[in-house]
Structures are given as structure tokens and as C-alpha cells.
Design a protein around this ligand. Structure first.
Ligand code: 5GP
Length: 175
């Protein structure tokens, strides 16, 4: 079995969570199995080793797990993009629409410098709203997002198409 098949088969789908009708793709089994966790992280390490990004930005909260290990392996810094109200220092913030209501994410103003080349990491792309907000925050500070990386793309929700149309290159492992 190749690495992507292993990842696909280890993902767990939880029906009707968090609300009826949603098929939630649960990545926790990927983290729980040390062999799969290593295969998963190595996929991203190999992808970005030669690109030599300046930093990894991880999105709250599963993007922290993946992004922090990736940054450690690449020997570069990790910066968190957090849900509003969690970061203590000066921040920039970006709001985006959810199915019902709105969400806001924040980034410390000194997280990246103008000209930094950053990889943006999350676990999954659905509508793309979260990753687009992250891209805008990083760009507001003058950084360039060289690629958005995620384990799972849900193409039927249109997020990856939308993000590419917004000029964000993407790398996902499983659709
Ligand atoms: P989007 O903003 O693309 O609609 O939603 C993506 C965000 O919601 C990501 O931060 C992701 O963690 C979370 N998310 C939405 N649906 C799922 C899902 O089925 N599984 C997981 N693991 N995360 C999801």
C-alpha cells in the first residue's frame, strides 16, 4: 500500500458529527499510530525541504499539531493562527463567513516579516474560508504564502477550487 492509501485508510469518518448530516473526517487515528504519523509528516517534509520556507503557519487547532512538527523537522519557526481572543500580543484579524454566522482568526503582528515565504498548514479544506483567512493575515503582514498544505481536501465543497482561484497553490494528500 502506498503512503497516501495508508493515510486514506487510517482516517476515520464519523457520521452526523458535529451536527446531523455531516460526515466528519477525523484525523486523530493518524496521530495515534506512530508509523502513520511519521508517514504523514514525512510527506510534508519531503514536499517542503527544498523550498526552504521561512516559517510554517498552522491554523487552530489541528494545524498546530501538523505544522509544529513540520516546522521542527524543517528547522524553521512555527507561528499559530488562532481563533479570536487567544493571542496575547498585538494582532491582525480576519473574519469570514461560516454556514451560520461568522468566525474570526488572528495572527501576532510580529509573527512574520515582509518578504517571508510561508507554508500555511491545516488538517482539512472544506469551503476554504479558514485557509483563505489565514492567507490574508499573512499577506497583510507582507509575507508570501508559497503553498497551502492539508491532509484532506473535500473537493465537492469547492474550497480548493476557490483557494486556487484566489491564487493559492495547494498540496493535499487525500481527496
Ligand atoms: P473550511 O473553512 O474550509 O470550510 O473548513 C475547514 C476548517 O474546518 C479546518 O480548520 C478544519 O479543521 C475544520 N473542519 C471542517 N470540516 C472538517 C472535517 O470533516 N474534519 C476535520 N478534521 N476538520 C474539519
Amino acid at each position: 500500500m502506498d503512503d497516501r492509501d495508508l493515510i486514506r485508510q487510517t482516517l476515520r469518518t464519523v457520521p452526523d458529527w458535529p451536527v446531523p448530516g455531516v460526515q466528519f473526517r477525523d484525523i486523530t487515528p493518524l496521530l495515534q499510530n506512530p508509523r502513520v504519523f511519521r508517514v504523514l509528516i514525512d510527506q510534508f517534509v519531503h514536499r517542503y525541504f527544498d523550498a526552504r520556507p521561512d516559517a510554517i503557519a498552522g491554523i487552530d487547532a489541528r494545524g498546530f499539531i501538523l505544522g509544529a512538527v513540520l516546522a521542527y523537522e524543517l528547522n524553521i519557526g512555527f507561528v499559530p493562527i488562532r481563533k479570536k481572543g487567544k493571542l496575547p500580543f498585538d494582532t491582525v484579524e480576519e473574519s469570514y463567513a461560516l454556514e451560520y454566522g461568522e468566525a474570526t482568526v488572528e495572527l501576532h503582528t510580529d509573527a512574520v516579516k515582509p518578504g517571508d515565504r510561508v507554508v500555511l498548514v491545516d488538517d482539512l479544506i472544506a469551503t476554504g474560508g479558514t485557509m483563505l483567512a489565514g492567507k490574508k493575515l499573512l499577506e497583510r503582514l507582507g509575507a508570501t504564502v508559497i503553498e497551502g498544505a492539508a491532509i484532506v481536501d473535500l473537493p465537492e465543497l469547492g474550497g480548493s477550487t476557490r483557494l486556487r482561484a484566489e491564487g493559492l497553490a495547494l498540496h493535499t494528500l487525500v481527496s
